[in-house]
Design a protein around this ligand. Structure first.
Ligand SMILES: Cc1ncc(COP(=O)(O)O)c(C=O)c1O
Length: 368
């Protein structure tokens, strides 16, 4: 058997006819950017997340950047985030001229909220928690800290489409949130795409202007903006896929439960914190034998991945922040011991069992 890390054909093939019909209808419309489908999708995805407003943008990185810009966060300001995330999180903070301030993670791979207050300074303007791998951070604690210190909270929800905390979805837990529709995400476009959710009307209006060259109406540039718009065609794809998101997430959860039940005594399986509904964008195990296991699985036809092998503070690009090795011990330990194993909608139980059996045989020292 060959088990890919992710097989998007399994979600796209059943939608092929519907997608092609939409593309054909689209062909004659000359509706390319920020069109009707974008407006419709903005309403639909905001409603799905439970927020009053939604704004389609070009990608997840720029979703984060536009939120920061709309909050007037820039040079001289500091934004607190976590050391174990994808490059885009601190890159967005850097892009607006602010300084990323890092803190360590904890066993469930989300930001350790007990460390946040010790790095707050008069320059701190926001906290940017990352709902990594599809599990929401400790948002009550984060919102309480933010309230005490008068800070914004910007959710990096780029890996958590549909994930829940208590009775609310990711995207509806801070002052604004950023999503990515990179094709491999739980909700992905046929190219790049991004989204911002918020309940703040002023923020929404400002972000809508910034994403389109700062225009309040055509050729009236009230503020300096950028070009970060969602294509109509991408919105068409996303509108068609959104009604399937919960089902796809439930399929991921079924595979995750199967993995957890079978592997919990063999490796460290993901920890689910209280009041969370994890949507398993990634299923990340931990083992000291990560490199050997990865190699062994490859030989058996099973793809795996590393998310992420080098924490932010040890990346060359962020050397200028001045952190040294040892600064964030958990992030460093996890970077050396994590392994993401295949999980995707349409993955069969037999495929999951194949992965399980080979992981077990690796640790039993008995190749099958
Ligand atoms: C946690 C996180 N933040 C931000 C991004 C950026 O999204 P995009 O690739 O759409 O710019 C990603 C994308 O992988 C991500 O995983």
């Amino acid at each position: 058997m060959n088990i890919p890390f992710l097989d998007l054909n399994r979600t796209h093939r059943p939608l092929r006819e519907a997608l092609l019909k939409q593309f054909a209808e689209h062909f004659d419309k000359n509706d390319f950017i920020l069109g009707k489908a974008v407006e419709e999708f903005e309403k639909e995805f905001a409603t799905y997340c439970g927020t009053a407003y939604g704004i389609g943008v070009a990608n997840g990185l720029q979703a984060l950047e536009l939120i920061l810009k709309a909050m007037n966060i820039g040079p001289q300001d500091e934004v607190i985030t976590v050391a174990n995330t994808f490059h885009a999180t601190p890159a967005a903070i850097y892009a607006v001229g602010a300084r990323p301030i890092l803190v360590d993670t904890k066993e469930d791979f989300t930001i350790d909220t007990s460390l946040i207050e010790s790095v707050i300074t008069p320059k701190t303007k926001a906290i940017m928690p990352v709902h990594l791998y599809g599990q929401v951070c400790d948002m009550d604690e984060i919102m309480n800290i933010a309230k005490r210190h008068n800070l914004y909270v910007i959710e990096d929800a780029c890996q958590s489409h549909g994930s829940m905390y208590k009775n609310k979805r990711a995207g509806n837990l801070g002052h604004a949130a950023a999503f990515s529709f990179y094709p491999g995400k739980n909700l992905g476009a046929f190219g790049d795409g991004g989204f911002i959710t918020t309940n703040d009307a002023n923020l929404m209006n400002k972000i809508k202007m910034i994403r389109n060259y700062g225009q309040s109406k055509k050729y009236c540039h009230d503020i300096l903006g950028v070009n970060s718009r969602l294509d109509t065609l991408q919105a068409t794809v996303l509108r068609l896929k959104l009604p399937h998101l919960d089902y796809w997430n439930s399929q991921r959860k079924n595979i995750a439960e199967r993995y957890c039940a079978a592997l919990k005594d063999v490796v460290q399986v993901p920890m689910i914190s209280k009041d969370r509904d994890h949507i398993y964008h990634l299923f990340v195990i931990r083992t000291d034998k990560r490199e050997e296991l990865m190699h062994y699985l490859k030989e058996k036809g099973i793809d795996s991945g590393l998310h992420y092998p080098v924490p932010i503070h040890l990346q060359k690009a962020f050397e200028y922040l001045g952190y040294s090795k040892g600064a964030f011990p958990k992030s460093e330990l996890y970077a050396d011991t994590i392994l993401s194993i295949p999980i995707f909608p349409g993955m069969t139980d037999a495929e999951a069992d194949y992965v399980i059996n080979h992981i077990k045989s690796f640790f039993a020292g008995s190749s099958i």
